[in-house]
Design a protein around this ligand. Sequence first.
Ligand code: GDP
Length: 296
Amino acid sequence: MVLAQLGGSISRALQQMSNATIIDEKVLNDCLNEITRALLQSDVQFKLVRDMQTNIKKIVNLDDLAAGHNKRKIIQQAVFNELCKILDPGKPAFTPKKGKTSVVMFVGLQGSGKTTTCTKYAYYHQKKGYKPALVCADTFRAGAFDQLKQNATKAKIPFYGSYTESDPVRIAVEGVERFKKENCDLIIVDTSGRHKQEAALFEEMRQVSEATKPDLVLFVMDSSIGQAAFDQAQAFKQSVPVGAVIVTKMDGHAKGGGALSAVAATKSPVIFIGTGEHMDEFEIFDVKPFVSRLLG
Ligand code: GDP
């Protein structure tokens, strides 16, 4: 897996530095450059990596390193802390409470895994004793409602949508109202995506968000979009109040770096990752284990 390769490169860079007899600025710079290269290859945004490098240089004291302290450990700890800092925006995401209605709106580009992730999120909470429901407010993509219906039926989760209504705002509002009446405590609204970040997509999202007043807007991002992650996440955040991120397709060729960019761009935490096409291939995202894995 790519994350493991990244961990390997960083560990190697740290090991090489540890092996050096004298730790001077050059040895430290070489090590940091190596780490930078590994992070960039893993799609961490250039600016984040550069800032991280500057911070580490400020934190790591060359005199301490020269005095025979465990150099590898000092730098590794600094890299670990910096990566954790990027991934932790400092405020936890909204969490739905059982027995109290919450509306969660999903946004993301077409193909990001949004519809699949809506069901995974609903299914995850259903297993924890919530009463979730799914609303398909995607009237743009033909087949979106059928897909959600199929997923929802499989997971035995109530759903709402229409084959004829073309106004996504209307469907969203109707769906939310219906499930509020049915005492569902987690109403999930799947919105439309587009292939590109287009004005029409953002306007539609904004309208759905204003009409349904979600407690949480969840931005779904495909981990394989690489360096585009930052700009994409930022564009969504500028249109709707994104409060948390889910990174999909972390299986396969996933590069973990996009997660760091999405957090930095939205100032919201990653709360789950998608690790496959199946309903239960969905994991809670924890910063420290993720970074530990990243570092190998
Ligand atoms: P949407 O257009 O954003 O609603 O995307 P879909 O939910 O239709 O997903 C697009 C494709 O990605 C489908 O083939 C999904 O099965 C697949 N997919 C979604 N999440 C994951 C994931 O975490 N891992 C993998 N491997 N595939 C996923």
